[in-house]
Design a protein around this ligand. Structure first.
Ligand SMILES: Nc1nc2c(ncn2[C@@H]2O[C@H](COP(=O)(O)OP(=O)(O)OP(=O)(O)O)[C@@H](O)[C@H]2O)c(=O)[nH]1
Ligand SMILES: [Mg+2]
Length: 357
């Protein structure tokens, strides 16, 4: 998806406003915590290096991904050391332990079995060859569900709705996406359609200010569909490029939430036929199997166009990416690799495989 990757890199992140934060408000990393990019991470000519990092073609992308996948890389490194200690050739024992390692990394039992079978069939003899074949096979799985190409002339405004259960990272992802889009020269408007908690709006206000995005908020308790409708109307009137709709995330087992999200979707379409153009489901990489069942429920209710996998930095089981791509027919579009505004990357299968081991 290239709607935020237009080249214009002259904007800087807005300073944090003097907002009064509700005592209940979720903790947001302060701007001063933003790490200063190293020369290698920041491409020449980049002002702040924020948007650049989300784009897989930029220098520094892989290095950053490798750093943030530290826990998963450790799983593989330790696993390989254990399996291959004192071994020169690939035997049955190695294959069995490899399968166990892949399952430990959350790649999924069936996929782990398939991968090991393919390695056995490839008659791989050396350890190095085994790793190469494994990478090729994983890449083949990841590439089967690559993101659909962006339309040549994207609709304006492009309306993107973000959904997901409690605490998965929806609001944080909105902040990151808004920053990336604003950095690439697009006019962004955020719709605060999580009206259940006053703190949610406050949290979003801070992210919007940081990202340099406009925001439409209503009083707590207002109908979220009305906020979404008004936001799209405002975006149309103000020549906005991208509208990002934040939504509430109460438990997916409550029918109400799905009904409410469907209503938001309908109200947006009423104002702008064809919208929302994207419905992104945010999943928490640390939740394993649960994430997959959430995806099925949300997809059945809303028809998802993509997945954002947040908190990949917080898990040693980053193989969940392979599981998502092999089981779901929904493209994985972005990965969250930290809590800060620049910690979002457009998912790239090749870089991901190279970052694994
Ligand atoms: N380590 C890490 N933490 C993340 C990432 N994305 C979000 N978080 C953290 O996850 C917590 C929840 O994030 P939110 O963005 O508030 O989640 P939400 O889905 O909007 O939550 P609700 O609105 O309560 O449903 C916060 O502490 C974030 O800083 C990520 O990629 N990595
Ligand atoms: Mg939220």
């Amino acid at each position: 998806m290239s709607w935020f990757r237009k080249a214009k890199k002259d904007k800087k992140i807005q300073p944090l406003p003097q907002a009064t934060v509700d005592a209940d408000a979720p903790k947001i990393p302060p701007t001063s915590d933003f790490p200063h990019p190293t020369a290698e991470e920041t491409p020449a000519g980049s002002a702040a290096g924020v948007n650049d990092r989300s784009d897989p073609s930029r220098p520094g992308y892989l290095k950053r991904l490798k750093n943030r996948l530290f826990k998963t890389r450790q799983t593989f490194a330790d696993g390989f050391d254990k399996i291959l200690a004192g071994k020169k050739n690939i035997d049955q024992d190695v294959l069995e332990q490899l399968e166990e390692l892949l399952v430990t990394a959350d790649i999924g039992v069936q996929t782990a079995m398939d991968l090991v079978q393919r390695i056995a069939a490839s008659k791989t003899a050396s350890v190095d060859q085994m790793k190469t074949v494994l990478k090729e096979e994983i890449l083949a799985i990841l590439k089967t569900e690559s993101a659909a190409p962006s339309p040549l002339s994207p609709p304006k405004p492009q309306v993107v709705m973000l959904v997901g259960v409690n605490g998965v990272g929806k609001t944080t992802t909105i902040g990151k996406l808004a920053a990336a889009a604003a950095q690439s020269g697009q006019k962004v408007l955020i719709a605060a359609a999580d009206t259940f908690r006053a703190a949610a709006v406050e949290q979003l206000n801070i992210w919007a200010a940081r990202a340099g995005a406009e925001i439409v908020t209503h009083r707590a308790g207002t109908d979220p569909a009305a906020v979404a409708f008004d936001s799209v109307a405002a975006a149309m009137a103000r020549d906005v490029d991208v509208v990002l709709i934040d939504t509430a995330g109460r438990l997916h087992t409550k029918v109400n939430l799905m009904e409410e999200l469907k209503k938001i979707k309908r109200s947006v379409a009423k104002k702008l036929p064809g919208a929302p153009h994207e419905i992104l489901l945010i999943l928490d990489a640390t939740t394993g199997q649960n994430a997959l069942s959430q995806a099925k429920l949300f997809d059945d209710a809303l028809g998802l166009t993509g997945i954002v996998l947040a908190k990949l930095d917080g898990t040693a089981k980053g193989g969940i990416v392979v599981r998502i791509c092999s089981t779901l027919k929904i493209p994985l579009k972005y990965i969250g690799i930290g809590e800060k505004i620049e910690d979002l990357q457009a998912f790239d299968a090749e870089h991901f495989v190279n970052a694994l081991f």
